[in-house]
Design a protein around this ligand. Structure first.
Ligand code: GLV
Ligand code: GLV
Length: 333
């Protein structure tokens, strides 16, 4: 009989369709987020699964999944997967790097600009009927051009942001677990600095590093205190990198000018302290969300699953599995 795969969410039917040529596709309706028992029940039946960052897959979820051989994550970040637990069981895990790099870098720039120039705050002001005429000193923001950009996590997306920054005549500083080769630094006109220098000198700091135990709350009260009170902070990586309570406190008390967050520690819940602030831009985890890119992510995940399960035309192609050590590299978001 044909191998079985589980597709955890409605994606793009015309792309997922390709799985039907090789597999029986198991539908499990109503698997709500982080529902470990439902995920375990779905995985128990199948050889492979196409999942998103909404599905947390660890030891418990795979305990009874005797046939499971591959998990294809639709997304570049994979902190939803316990890579060690999967590896210990010989289950291949894959993600979708590269295809979302430019789209995500675009959005990082959009958020940084929105925070610096108070775009969403200004729109709320206008929509609330508070606009009384051109206000010379109203809603003044900070410039991007000519300022210093700080990039924490200089992987593919970080490099995409650095590339865009050169068009804005920004000085680019970065910090990364491992320093880039000199020719790459030159290509992006980027200067390596230590974390404290990055915090102190960035006019605009963007977070694009992977989330792991090592990066949990790396931007905490102490880190925020090292930033300039005129600076902005943008997070398009994972919510848990930032101590949200400390950030809300800094924004409320004038120790940081503004922030933009696309990701949240308890998403989809958003800390009410953040919602109460005017000087913050809040978006619902859409950085990779152009139609073309979301389609490309699903297509790559489908290819990965087919390759990992060794069927069809992609059978001989290595599925670019996630290596356990990669979780600690800043190379992946
Ligand atoms: C989205 O956050 C992703 O990791 O692709
Ligand atoms: C994240 O994975 C990146 O590509 O920077």
């Amino acid at each position: 009989s044909r191998p079985k795969v589980w597709v955890s969410q409605p994606l793009f039917d015309d792309i997922v369709e390709r799985l039907h040529a090789h597999f029986d596709v198991v539908q499990v309706p109503d698997v709500s987020e982080h529902d470990a028992a439902a995920i375990a029940a779905a995985l128990r039946e199948v050889d492979g699964a196409l999942v998103t960052l909404n599905e947390r897959i660890g030891r418990d979820e795979i305990a009874d999944a005797a046939k499971l051989r591959a998990i294809a994550n639709v997304g570049v970040g994979y902190n939803n997967l316990d890579i060690d637990a999967l590896q210990a069981r010989g289950i291949v895990a894959t993600n979708t790097p590269d295809v979302l790099t430019e789209t995500t870098a675009d959005f990082g720039f959009a958020l940084m600009m929105a925070a610096a120039r108070r775009v969403t705050e200004a729109e709320r002001h206008l929509r609330a009927g508070q606009w009384q005429g051109w206000n010379f000193k109203g809603l003044l923001g900070a410039d991007l051009h000519g300022s210093t950009l700080g990039i924490l996590g200089m992987g593919r997306i970080g490099q995409g942001i650095a590339k865009r920054a050169s068009g804005f005549d920004m000085r680019v500083l970065y910090h990364n677990r491992s320093r880039l080769p000199a020719e790459v630094e030159r290509a992006f006109n980027a200067t390596y600095v230590d974390f404290d220098t990055l915090l102190a000198q960035a006019d605009h700091l963007v977070l694009v590093l992977p989330y792991s135990a090592a990066s949990h709350h790396i931007v905490d009260a102490a880190a925020l205190a090292k930033m300039q009170p005129t600076a902005t902070l943008t997070n398009i990586a994972r919510g848990g990198i930032v101590d949200e309570a400390a950030l809300a406190d800094a924004l409320a008390n004038g120790r940081l000018a503004s922030a933009a967050l696309d990701v949240f520690e308890g998403e989809p819940a958003v800390d009410p302290c953040l919602l109460a602030l005017d000087n913050i831009v809040l978006t619902p985890h859409i950085a990779s969300g152009s139609l073309a890119t979301r389609r490309a992510m699903v297509a790559l995940a489908v290819d990965n699953l087919i390759a990992a399960l060794g069927v069809g035309p992609d059978a001989g192609r290595p599925p670019s599995p996630i290596a356990p050590a990669k979780q600690d590299d800043n190379d992946a978001k």
